[in-house]
Each structure stands twice: as structure tokens, then as C-alpha cells.
Design a protein around this ligand. Structure first.
Ligand SMILES: [Zn+2]
Ligand SMILES: [Zn+2]
Length: 791
């Protein structure tokens, strides 16, 4: 149970102004001439809405919760539990520390208590979260449940026992996919009696992984039907917009939504913060560079710790967490020799005991500051802190509020500081507070119809139980039938009068990676020791692990000796050279199918055209640059690597050239020579801002811009999904095009740099070395496009 640490109270006086006071303390430490604060707001306190237990709650269940300190439930917990108890699948979408666990435990435990044979299944995206939830359940100490984990860590000897005896099995999608469903006959008793399926943190199932999980849940329901059960789904989510729609899409069953949060929360002060530009460092093409979000958060963390505030700082990477913790320790050592010991870094991969110890130390104030990767976002029992620092936008508003939600205890004020990284999305957010503070949290993007996901999932489904025509509506109907025809044609499945069959001896599940992009992986191997360090996607290999590339892996630096694409190997050695490398890439995009096309005529002739469809992106890494940290380029090294083609989905717009070069209303008045740089800059910034409208990362998408595209015959900007078959991001961009390009234009215009920098139009993944880029030209292009779209 993710209880609020402070609910144990012991405090008598409320301190509503604490957040504002902490912020004043931090600002007092800012050097004169710097004005990092772009916005401050106060989020009011919310009072608890407490209700009675439902009258169907068995006495032992009520007593077990009471023994854990829960005398009465909150309104949203009971609302969700009532839906589930009545047999309606439901999603509960409320904030961090709002007791979502109790909301699903109450109906499930009531059912398992009332019927001594009933069973339940719990799924979490990470093993750590599952372990936490299992521990919380065991702490309730109810008899005859025999709750147990069944995941990759469960010893083989224990697995038989779990299948035969456990009534509440805790697992994850990976194990359900590889271990449980393929062997469903060994679980027949469990499935026959299955009453509930709990899907925790369901908002984390997005993109390609989300599409896989959506189809996996359909496979699960099909297997349940085979054994005569029809379990109720209870999903728990961070606050997202349209939770019912997202949950229904993910689970395949209609879900009722509960999103009225009845848990109490203290007032919070939220500060938006932009690190200042540095005087002595420049980036690509002499662009100004900001102090890093990591260095800035180290200073803010140190100031808060000096003020006695228990603070959690979230960073985007493991290296960032280490640097933030080290930086804060260094600053604190000058204040008091004891203070550095009260700061720690946290990353994924800690043992459960280590996490327990860290939670306890932060809870009782032995530790005052922890810098963490997003690993702590899920499944950690920390809430009610005095302050939270979010260093770099975590990718979604849902994650942002999940992290911010670690601050604030009932009655007391707390502080949340969002520190912008040097990129266009973060810049936009600190200059447009409404986009982060007043905007409904995004809905989750999943596309169960992606043929690149559907094909392997249908193969797995057929291997579990032959697919019959009446299964198809659940898997997308006609789209599934088309994919099945292809699978039969290529010999993967066999069509017989009864349906589609898997006739090979070995099961297909092992070859289907539900977290990957579906493509093959390249293994990173240390040349001397033969040790395997990890894997990279085949699709990215040429740009990330080409010969000579400096590659950061889990915070350590390696240089690539050789890349063998046929063998799937990249040989590397540990080395930390003075330079970094960036690939130079030639990219072509061709349109395979235009699914949607809208022409917007402009005043006085010319037009803007907006399209959505299927494309083939062909890229070839032709060289790489070696660069010093100052931005100085040492040299360019040619490479001889093959082309790579990605079939995916894209949104694109074209502008007739007269709109770009012409003068007058809605015309951009650009010289022809400026068009390539203007389009390129508009493309970069648009990629940076898309995560605000589609729950993706900028690394999940790519773009191509060209002054004349051979197929459209006009100046064109493409933004495409980075995964084979797409993951729904381009589609989302197409739906939100006007809002997206408006935000893109504002982000560029808000940046104070003269000619373009990483905060606006430069991209860390540009294959052209951020050249040419025309910042003012991009504003002119976007203004013209938007004016025409709005006509
Ligand atoms: Zn800029
Ligand atoms: Zn570029």
C-alpha cells in the first residue's frame, strides 16, 4: 500500500506556507544577474473525502485494513471497488499516494474471502513494483490466500507450487507472454477460477510496448474463455485524460473510470526554472549553451537540504542522478562536513532491501536528499516529502505529476521545482506554464492494430489455441484477417477449415520481444573480455555504434572497434576520449500510401497540404564528426555502412513555394536560399514538441525536410514514427496538428538565443550536424502554415 508517510501524524500544527518559504531560501542562493525563475504558482490544499466500507466487505478484510491503520476508505477507493464488485471492469486514475492499491485489494480480497476457490492475477510493468505490492498484500496477513510471485526470478522448484496453490499470482506482461499463456493447460485450474485481473500502472503501457500488452491481454481473455471464466479487469493508472478510453483500448473490455480523488493533499508551490546561458561554452555552429539541468538541480538540491527539507530530485538518466548527487555533496561539504552523508543517488537495479532502507532513511530524515532516475517513479513507498525537483521533463504530464506527487503531506505546504533541460520542449513548458499546470494530462497512445505487432501476437495466439473466425473481432477484425492471410502465405500459420493453426514444434513466444521494436538486436561485446554489455536496436545501430563511435553505456564510456551487422555484433573497448562523436546521415523518405490528404488554399493562391500515411525512410550513415566539449570539430571520418529502410507511418505538410518566397498577407517573404534551413529548423522543433501531444519520447520519432520532395513536388516537412509499422505518434500529431505547430512556433519564438540553439531548433540527433538551420525562417514558415490552416 502506498501510504502517505505522514499520515501517521505526530504533527499538530499545520505549516501551509512551507513551500513558498523553501522557494525563497533557494532563490536567495542564486547569483546576481541570473533570473532562472519563469513562473510560480500555488496549488491549493485538498481535503479528504472519507466514506464507509461497502456493506459487502467481509469482516476479516475490514479488520486487516484497520490493523494496517486504515479505519475508513476514501471515496474514490470505494467507488472503484463498487464497480468491480458489481462485475464492471474499471480503471482508477488518481494521483500518487492516493491509495489505488486498496481500491483493487478491496474487491479482490472480498471475492477471495467469500469464495475459497476463487483466484486473481496481478500484472505490473516492473518486477520491483510487483514485489512491493505483494509485500503489502502479505502484510495484511489474511488466511488461505497464498499470494505468490511468478516471474523470471521465481525458482523452477517453486513454480509448480505457485500454479497449484497460489490464489493470487503476481507477475508481469513478459512472464504472462513467455511463461504462463504458452503453458495455459498447466494453469487450467487457476484460469477456471479466475475472478479478477489487476493491471497496475497501466499508463506505462504505451507505444509499441503498449500495443503488445493490449494484444497480450486479449490473448489472456481468450484463454480464460476456453476455461469458462470471464474475469473482471481492475486497472490502476496515473491521472490521464480519457482514462476509460485508454483502459478500454488496452484491455479490450469496456471500463468505467474513477478519477475523482478523495485523498487529502497539502498545498504545493510549483516553480518553473530555466538555467541561465553559459558565457564560456558554445555548441554546434557556435550556438549558446545553458547550464545543464543536472548542475542546476545539484545547486537547488543543496540549498533545500541546507534548509532542512527532505527532497527527491528526479533526473532523466542514471548519469544525471550520479552527477546531481555528487554536485550537491560537493556544495554541501563547504557548508557542513556532515551534510554530504545525508545525500544519496538512486538508480534502477537496487535490491528490494536497499530500496526499503532508502525509503526508511528518507522517511525519518536520516537522508535529506536523494537524486534518482525515473526508476523511483514506480512502486516506491515514498510520499509526503517537503520538496521534489524534476530535472528535465519526464516525457509525459502523467509522469510529471507522478513525480511531483511525492511532495506534500496533508496540512503542510511543499515545493515542486521543474528545471528545464536545454531542449525545445522544456523551453516551451517553462515559458508556457499553462501547458504544464492547466492542461489535462494526456491520454495514453496505443495502437493494437499495428501490423508489425499484430503479426507476432497472432502467431503466439494461434500457438496457444487455434484461432477461429469468431476470435478475430477482438484482434481488430479485418485488419487481423489481412495479417493472417499474410502469415499463411509466408508459411508461419496454416489455414484449415476450423481456423488458423500453428503447426511447428517449437513455440514462437521466445522470439517475440514485447518491449522491443520487433526488430533484431545488436549485441555490444567487450573485445578483450568477451563480456556482453547490452544490446541496441538494429535500426539504430549504424548511427549509435558505428566503428569509432563513442558510446555511453550505463554511465561508462566505450569506443566501438567494429560493427558486424550480419553477425549482430558491435565490438567495443572501455575508453573515455576527450571528444564525442556524432553521425552524419543521408536520409530519403518515400510515400507508400497517402491515407488522408487535406488541402488548405491560401489567400491569393498557393496552398498548404496536410497528409497522413505510410512511408519508407531510407537512411545511410556516411561519416561521423569528432567534437570537443567546447563544440570545436576535430575532423570528419568517412564510413562505409549499408542503407537501412524503415517502413512506418508519417504526418507531413507541404507548402507551395510561392507562399514561402512571396510577400504580403500570409506569405513568408523568404529568399529561396533560406528555405532548406527554415524547413529543417521547423522540423527539428516540431519533433521536440510532439511529446506534448503524443505520449512519446523525441527519440521515438524522426523527421525529414526538403525544399523539393520528388513525390509531393513542393517544400515538405515529414515527421515519422521511429518504429516499424508506427506506434500511433504520427497519427496523434496529425490529429493535433494545429495545436502542435502553434506550440512549436511559440517554443522557437520564446527562445532568447539569436540564431538557434538546443533549446529551440537544434537537435541532438540531427544527422546533418544541425546545418543548415534558420531560426527566424522557421518562425516565418510556421506562421504562414498556421495562418493558412486557420483560414
Ligand atoms: Zn534557441
Ligand atoms: Zn536535422
Amino acid at each position: 500500500m502506498r501510504a502517505d508517510l505522514s499520515s501517521a501524524a505526530g504533527r499538530t500544527t499545520a505549516d501551509h506556507d512551507r513551500g513558498a518559504r523553501l522557494l525563497r531560501g533557494v532563490l536567495a542562493g542564486v547569483a546576481s544577474g541570473e533570473e532562472p525563475l519563469t513562473h510560480v504558482t500555488e496549488l491549493p490544499e485538498r481535503l479528504a473525502a472519507v466514506v464507509e466500507w461497502p456493506d459487502w466487505t467481509p469482516e476479516p478484510v475490514r479488520a486487516a485494513f484497520a490493523a494496517r491503520g486504515v479505519r475508513l476508505p476514501w471515496s474514490h477507493q470505494v467507488e472503484a471497488a463498487e464497480h468491480a464488485h458489481a462485475g464492471r471492469s474499471t480503471v482508477i486514475a488518481t494521483g500518487t499516494a492516493s491509495g489505488k492499491s486498496l481500491a483493487y485489494q478491496l474487491p479482490v480480497l472480498s471475492a477471495l474471502t467469500a469464495d475459497p476457490r476463487a483466484t486473481a492475477l496481478y500484472l505490473s510493468p516492473t518486477k520491483a513494483l510487483g514485489a512491493d505490492q505483494l509485500r503489502a498484500l502479505r502484510d495484511l496477513d489474511l488466511p488461505d490466500l497464498r499470494p505468490a510471485a511468478y516471474d523470471g526470478d521465481t525458482p523452477l522448484a517453486e513454480r509448480d507450487w505457485v500454479r497449484a496453490h497460489s490464489r493470487w499470482v503476481f507477475t508481469n506482461p513478459d512472464m504472462l507472454h513467455r511463461g504462463v499463456l504458452p503453458a495455459h493447460d498447466r494453469w487450467s485450474m487457476f484460469f477456471r477460477r479466475l475472478r479478477y485481473v489487476v493491471v497496475d500502472e497501466c499508463h506505462s503501457y504505451r507505444g509499441v510496448f503498449g500495443s503488445h500488452v493490449a494484444l497480450l491481454l486479449r490473448r489472456l481473455r481468450r484463454v480464460c474463455r476456453r476455461y469458462g471464466s470471464d474475469p473482471v479487469f481492475v486497472l490502476a493508472s496515473a491521472t490521464v485524460s480519457d482514462p476509460a478510453g485508454s483502459a478500454t483500448r488496452l484491455s479490450g473490455v469496456d471500463c468505467a473510470a474513477v478519477d475523482e480523488d478523495g485523498s487529502p493533499r497539502g498545498a504545493r508551490t510549483v516553480a518553473l526554472w530555466e538555467p541561465p546561458l553559459l558565457d564560456d561554452v558554445t555548441g554546434d555552429n557556435g550556438a549558446p549553451v545553458r547550464r545543464s539541468a543536472g548542475a542546476e538541480s545539484a545547486r537547488v538540491l543543496a540549498d533545500l537540504v541546507v534548509g532542512g527539507a527532505r527532497t527527491l530530485a528526479f533526473t532523466r538518466s542514471r548519469v544525471g542522478a550520479e552527477l546531481t548527487s555528487l554536485g550537491a555533496k560537493r556544495i554541501l561539504a563547504e557548508v557542513d562536513a556532515d551534510l554530504p552523508n545525508r545525500i544519496a543517488a538512486y538508480r534502477a537495479g537496487y535490491l528490494p532491501e536497499e530500496r526499503r532502507e532508502l525509503e526508511a532513511a528518507l522517511g525519518d530524515g536520516r537522508l535529506l536528499g536523494v537524486a534518482s532516475t525515473n526508476a523511483l517513479e514506480l512502486g516506491v513507498d515514498i510520499a509526503g516529502l517537503d520538496a521534489v525537483i524534476v530535472a528535465g521533463y519526464p516525457g509525459t504530464l502523467a509522469s510529471f505529476w507522478q513525480q511531483a506527487g511525492r511532495a506534500g503531506r496533508a496540512g503542510d505546504g511543499s515545493l515542486v521545482v521543474f528545471i528545464a533541460r536545454d531542449d525545445p520542449l522544456d523551453t516551451y513548458l517553462v515559458h508556457h506554464p499553462a501547458a504544464i499546470l492547466d492542461k489535462p494530462v494526456e491520454s495514453t497512445v496505443t495502437d493494437p492494430g499495428n501490423p508489425y505487432v499484430l503479426a507476432p501476437q497472432l502467431v503466439c495466439a494461434a500457438a496457444e489455441l487455434p484461432l477461429t473466425p469468431d476470435c478475430l473481432p477482438d484482434f481488430g477484425g479485418d485488419a487481423a484477417r489481412a495479417v493472417l492471410d499474410d502469415l499463411v502465405a509466408e508459411g508461419s500459420l496454416r489455414k484449415r477449415p476450423g481456423g488458423w493453426y500453428w503447426t511447428q514444434r517449437d513455440r514462437p513466444h521466445g522470439a517475440v520481444d514485447i518491449r522491443g521494436s520487433g526488430g533484431e538486436q545488436i549485441a555490444l561485446v567487450e573485445t578483450d573480455s568477451g563480456r556482453m554489455l547490452g544490446t541496441v536496436n538494429q535500426g539504430n545501430a549504424c548511427s549509435t555504434v558505428h566503428p569509432g563511435a563513442v558510446y555511453l553505456h550505463q554511465g561508462s564510456s566505450y569506443v566501438v572497434d567494429d560493427l558486424d551487422l550480419d553477425a549482430g555484433l558491435a565490438m567495443v573497448h572501455a575508453e573515455t576520449p576527450d571528444w564525442t562523436t556524432s553521425p552524419r546521415e543521408e536520409v530519403d523518405i518515400s510515400i507508400l500510401e497517402t491515407e488522408s490528404r487535406t488541402v488548405h488554399p491560401a489567400l491569393g493562391g498557393g496552398a498548404v497540404e496536410v497528409c497522413l500515411g505510410k512511408v519508407a525512410v531510407t537512411s545511410q550513415v556516411v561519416a561521423y564528426l569528432r567534437k570537443l566539449p567546447t563544440g570545436q570539430v576535430l575532423d570528419q571520418v568517412p564510413l562505409d555502412l549499408p542503407e537501412h529502410t524503415l517502413h512506418t507511418r508519417a504526418v507531413w505538410y507541404t507548402i507551395t513555394e510561392d507562399l514561402l518566397t512571396g510577400q504580403g498577407l500570409d506569405r513568408a517573404n523568404l529568399k529561396r536560399s533560406r528555405i532548406p534551413g527554415a524547413l529543417h529548423a521547423a522540423e527539428h522543433a516540431a519533433i521536440g514538441l510532439l511529446p506534448l501531444f503524443a505520449t512519446c519520447d523525441r527519440w521515438d520519432i524522426g523527421g525529414v525536410s526538403t525544399a523539393v520532395h520528388p513525390e509531393t513536388t513542393h517544400p515538405t516537412v515529414f515527421v515519422h514514427d521511429g518504429h516499424p509499422g508506427g506506434a500511433g505518434f504520427a497519427d496523434r500529431g496529425h490529429t493535433a496538428l494545429t495545436a502542435w505547430l502553434t506550440a512549436t512556433r511559440k517554443a522557437i519564438a520564446a527562445c532568447e538565443c539569436p540564431e538557434g540553439c538546443p533549446s529551440c531548433v537544434q537537435s541532438p540527433k540531427c544527422g546533418n550536424g544541425n546545418d543548415p538551420l534558420d531560426k527566424q525562417g522557421a518562425i516565418a514558415v510556421l506562421t504562414t502554415v498556421l495562418n493558412t490552416l486557420r483560414r
